[in-house]
Design a protein around this ligand. Structure first.
Ligand SMILES: Cc1cc2nc3c(=O)[nH]c(=O)nc-3n(C[C@H](O)[C@H](O)[C@H](O)COP(=O)(O)OP(=O)(O)OC[C@H]3O[C@@H](n4cnc5c(N)ncnc54)[C@H](O)[C@@H]3O)c2cc1C
Length: 451
């Protein structure tokens, strides 16, 4: 008898709580008695789970989206960290809003050059000539920050600050440095670096076919160069050519407008579309002896430049991966399917964590790489190992990023599609996987497997 009363009491309290109109509306949409019957079959744990799912959603403070999982930025000085954040802000506010439009048009946003120059980061590590004289670690971090938003701008900057200015800084005479570096540092003059040829890429060390013949105080250059970034508008192009007299590779500063120099834009690239790569044709192109890089006497000197810049390319790969990871993480927390953010699904978290594993391994690797560089201990194989690992892992990270974004992963608007494409160029330039692998293989085995 008492249990009947307690049931009536429970029903009375329930009726007081519920909104009869709402129940009426719900009953029009679902089979309420059937649903009640099913609910009655659930055990305590299942009921708890269900209540959690349908209960009121309190606004949850989510962790920041940050690809620096091991807090490597804490190792920076205050000044370095401030510069990192300044460049990040520049990339986010000035570059990000316009980047997809330019990427699609395959054009270069020239309006960015004075703004980039104002950051005063060109020639980051060089001492004198108006350059900041900062650490290689700082240089790497800046490459990462640029590539985190756009790998094309990072590449443009890498060609200017690293390959072109670096050739002059490492291999130019004092007079050549004085003439070019201060204005290149200010980005009043833009440089390019011409090593690769249509028929000679990986085999550049022994196979360059572009020739240089000395005639009195002048040299005459003949041949072709392919893929040369910035060359369509550069004020100076460093051309590496074989001296027909001694068969050694030498470097020449070929000025814009020199007779016999022709540049043609390479069209329809599917990666780094903002970078203006050119096919260069040199037809009896006369260059003064004074414009020959005075300290470049063989390919060993070219390799000195490449060693330095290859480390930077490893950092660019990290930036590309970081941009893709952070975009994907943000997206998965906002995108809802089955009524929940997709970031809450186990399989999606697996993708995100795999990306983070790779990204964190890459970042710690390049931090150490730059320390070696700052200590003057960087070898070819150090730089090659980082370039191989980072550009390979980046391909993996961007493909996971693309995957967790579903269809939107192939839309430019969501950025990740651009990272996927750009990772392909980073993978190939400054030494392919095979060539960098052979460099490391030679170092660890003592046997050269180059053919
Ligand atoms: C976007 C972009 C920008 C670039 N910018 C510049 C620039 O500014 N200046 C410049 O000078 N160059 C530039 N390059 C050229 C770049 O450095 C070359 O593409 C690269 O060195 C590879 O040469 P390749 O494309 O001729 O390929 P190839 O040398 O023809 O190689 C084709 C394939 O064969 C493999 N291979 C070659 N030799 C061996 C071997 N011995 N053993 C095993 N496998 C081998 C390669 O690894 C690769 O997989 C750029 C390239 C790209 C894509």
């Amino acid at each position: 008898m008492s249990s009947v009363f307690s049931k009536i009491r429970q029903a009375y309290h329930l009726l007081k709580e519920v909104d009869i109109d709402a129940i009426g509306k719900l009953a029009e949409k679902v089979d309420l008695p059937g649903a009640m019957k099913q609910l009655g079959k659930l055990d305590d744990a299942q009921l708890k789970g269900l209540m959690k799912m349908i209960g009121p959603h309190h606004h949850k403070e989510l962790p920041p989206v940050d690809g620096d999982f091991y807090d490597l930025s804490l190792t920076l000085t205050e000044e370095e960290r401030a510069l990192q954040l300044k460049v990040r802000a520049f990339m986010e506010t000035e570059v990000h809003p316009i980047v997809n439009e330019y990427w699609l048009k395959a054009e270069f946003p020239f309006e960015l050059i004075p703004k980039l120059a104002a950051l005063n980061i060109c020639g980051v590590t060089y001492k004198g000539y108006g350059c900041p004289g900062m650490s290689h670690q700082m240089e790497g971090i800046l490459a990462m920050e640029m590539s985190r938003i756009d790998s094309s701008i990072a590449t443009f900057f890498g060609v200017q600050s690293g390959l072109a200015m670096g050739s002059i800084y490492l291999k130019g005479s004092e007079g050549q440095k004085q003439e070019w570096l201060p204005r290149m540092q200010q980005m009043q003059l833009i440089g390019a670096f011409g090593l690769t040829e249509p028929e000679v890429g990986s085999g550049a060390a022994g196979g360059l076919t572009t020739t240089a013949r000395r005639e009195g105080d002048k040299w005459v250059l003949n041949g072709q160069k392919k893929w040369i970034g910035n060359a369509t508008f550069a004020d100076v192009i460093v051309i590496w050519a074989r001296d027909v007299a001694d068969d050694n590779v030498k470097g020449f500063l070929v000025r814009k407008g020199t007779a016999g120099l022709a540049t043609e834009k390479i069209r329809d690239k599917m990666a780094l579309r903002i970078v203006q790569n050119a096919l260069i044709t040199l037809t009896d192109c006369w260059v003064e002896e004074a414009d020959r890089l005075q300290e470049a006497n063989s390919f060993k000197d070219t390799a000195d430049v490449l060693r330095m810049t290859r480390a930077g390319v490893a950092w660019e790969a990290v930036g590309c991966a970081r941009g893709a990871y952070e975009s994907a993480l943000k997206y998965t927390r906002e995108r809802k399917q089955f009524g929940k953010p997709i970031a809450s699904f186990q399989l999606i978290q697996n993708h995100l964590v795999e990306m983070l594993c790779n990204l964190t391994a890459m970042q710690t690797m390049v931090f150490r790489l730059s320390q070696l560089q700052d200590e003057g201990k960087l070898t070819d194989e150090h730089a090659s190992l980082a370039k191989v690992f980072c550009s390979l892992r980046t391909r993996d990270v961007v493909s996971h990023a693309r995957e967790v974004m579903g269809g939107n992963g192939i839309l430019l608007e969501y950025d990740v599609a651009r990272f996927v494409a750009d990772a392909e160029a980073i993978y190939s330039y400054e030494g392919t996987k095979e060539i960098n692998t052979l460099i490391v293989g030679r170092a660890i085995t003592g046997f050269s497997a180059f053919v």
